[in-house]
Ligand binder design. Sequence first.
Ligand code: UD1
Ligand code: CA
Length: 456
Amino acid sequence: MTTATVILAAGYGTRMKSTLPKVLHPLAGRPLVEWVVRMGESIGGRRPVVVVGHGKEAVQRLLGERVEYAEQRELLGTGHAVMQAKSHLRGQAELVVVLYADMPLLREATLQKLLDLYRQNQSQGRLAAAMLTIARDDPQGFGRVIRNGSGQIEKIVEEVDCTPEQKHIRELNPGIYCFNGDWLWENLPKLQKRPKGEYYLTDMVEIATSQNWRVLGMQAPPAEVYGINDRTHLAVAANVLRQRINEQHMRAGVTIVDPAATYIEATVQIGQDTTIHPGCHLQGNTVIGSGCEIGPNSQIIECQIGDGCRILYSVLEYARMDRASEIGPFGHLRKGAHLGEEVHMGNFGEVKNSYLGPGTKMGHFSYVGDATVGKNVNLSAGVITCNYDGKNKNHTELADDVFLGSDTLLVAPVNLGVGARTGAGSVVTQDVPPGALVYGVPARAPSRKNEVDHSA
Ligand code: UD1
Ligand code: CA
């Protein structure tokens, strides 16, 4: 049976008080709407149809070809929003799942159960929809589920339209439905405009029961039903998702010392036997190998970290560390930094757009930018590449086994050959041949005269 998903994402989200559309607010590493798109994708079938309106360009930029779009030009309510998907889906899918884009906590398994309920009851005929309901003391403005004398769902009444008795009902409508496609498209035009000027999707329930068609309800865990209307809701949902993400990693063999103080986005991968210490923020498409020690207090954005690495009180962005390399405390890897195997970077170092070869050591207070550094190079305390001349970024090349004395300044562009050495405080303005020693300002090779002076 083909299924389709319609995701309603056209609303204003006024209560977010934001120039960013509500559905694009980030939540544990993904924009709000993406969580719901994934839910839609999880049930298979065709690409979800996202109904866009407010902020449509930004939503389309984010989701691209992953979904189809139906535009709702005037925001006339949830029923009107679903109507916009009709030309996409009429005759295309037997089952149409409708999701609201502001409900990110629903689990795939729960949605799957709802589909199963629909399928199991379909053969008895006249089944218009299966919907989730929740029982919760705090109704949070949700619509109430009204049942008839024999316990069948009869209609949904929005909170604003409730009689005082209906207000006490604690079975609520989360807004997650699985409709009979043919029935839906045929009957949607029957929706009446409400006094508020809106077409309520929820009125489809009453249309069904008045025709003697059935609407089945399935109780969902209340914790999975949480609508984001303002930023306090966003924070609560982020917490729930964070906890789920952390639990997944722990079950897969990652030690998280203090989950409440660990912020791992949904997009991050972590290998077995890695330990994450408190205060870490792991973000974007970061991949961390196995057997690493991460943190405490480190931020890692879009990085590739090999096995057995150690990262202590550091900030890493768009960088790569190979097996058994280490950084910190207080290191900074910027875009394009790549530490080879067993590189050691100690305190207060910064590397940008540079490769440091295996076994290289950069222990204290150094800056390396736009450089290629070979194997087993020693960058003593305070070594700096002067890579920017005010106009251009220039390259520095250090071959294998170079030894730089403390406070060496490398005025790029400059190349040092294999095994070249510099004295402390050298300002290197010219290339240094393999094996040579230079020192001074500007750095030169020791002259014969100097040697005589020394021996005198
Ligand atoms: C809706 C339900 C209510 C339910 C609640 C659960 C209706 C009439 N009411 O109310 O029974 O308890 O959700 O959260 O459906 N949207 C559009 N176009 C529109 C209006 C809304 O795309 O013209 C989208 C919004 O972007 C949002 C979703 O539909 O993602 C829900 O709209 P919202 O205004 O939040 O509905 P509620 O008042 O919460
Ligand atoms: Ca809502």
